[in-house]
Ligand binder design. Structure first.
Ligand code: ATP
Ligand code: MG
Length: 168
């Protein structure tokens, strides 16, 4: 599966927690192109799990994106992006900068997300994975009506067979 993006793109990873967003983003993009909401949460609060600092975290994510887009830099947001209004605000940010907006949705079955979560160091409670997996199903239904220029839905079978090409 080939994913093709113009150089001036803002790309949102979109997936349940613990199912491989960061692994995917870091495998296919430069580490400097990836803006991780977990990393931003840690930077503002010293605690990657502190959900009470959501506003500050996303203020920082947004600010970094704004600066990178102002400099013409391709940017990938490593976050669940399962809230429609949050996606819309990043879509708007992209278009304000004359950037294309794109979504990479990792469409993995619930059992795979739960298994991967169990196997790793920092675990999210399984009920959180279940809840976000349900949001993912809602997102899959609406994402093509949202205003993104490109939407790639990557299945479990395709996940390890993805090639990313940046069109210059
Ligand atoms: P979070 O939402 O908590 O940030 P995440 O979606 O970024 O999680 P990762 O940290 O990338 O998920 O991966 C979660 C676990 O799944 C890790 O243990 C990782 O090694 C494993 N994993 C990620 N991608 C794959 C893959 N393609 N095949 C097999 N295992 C994978
Ligand atoms: Mg991650």
């Amino acid at each position: 599966m080939e994913l093709v993006f113009p150089e001036r793109s803002l790309i949102l990873m979109c997936a349940a927690p613990g199912c491989g967003k960061s692994t995917f983003a870091n495998r296919h993009f430069l580490s400097t192109q990836v803006v991780s909401s977990d990393r931003c949460r840690e930077m503002v609060s010293d605690d990657v799990e502190d959900m009470s600092v959501h506003r500050e975290t996303f203020s920082l994510v947004r600010h970094i994106c704004h600066l990178r887009l102002s400099l013409g830099k391709l940017t990938v947001i490593d976050s669940t992006s399962l809230n429609r209004s949050s996606r819309a605000s990043f879509q708007k940010l992209a278009s304000q900068h004359g950037f294309a907006s794109a979504v990479i949705l990792l469409d993995l079955p619930l059992n795979v997300c739960l298994e991967r979560n169990e196997q790793r160091q920092r675990q999210v409670p399984p009920e959180v994975i279940r809840r976000f997996h349900a949001y993912l199903q809602d997102t899959k239904r609406t994402i093509r009506e949202e205003r993104f220029d490109q939407v790639y839905v990557v299945s479990e079978e395709e996940l390890n067979n993805v090639r990313v090409t940046i069109k210059r």
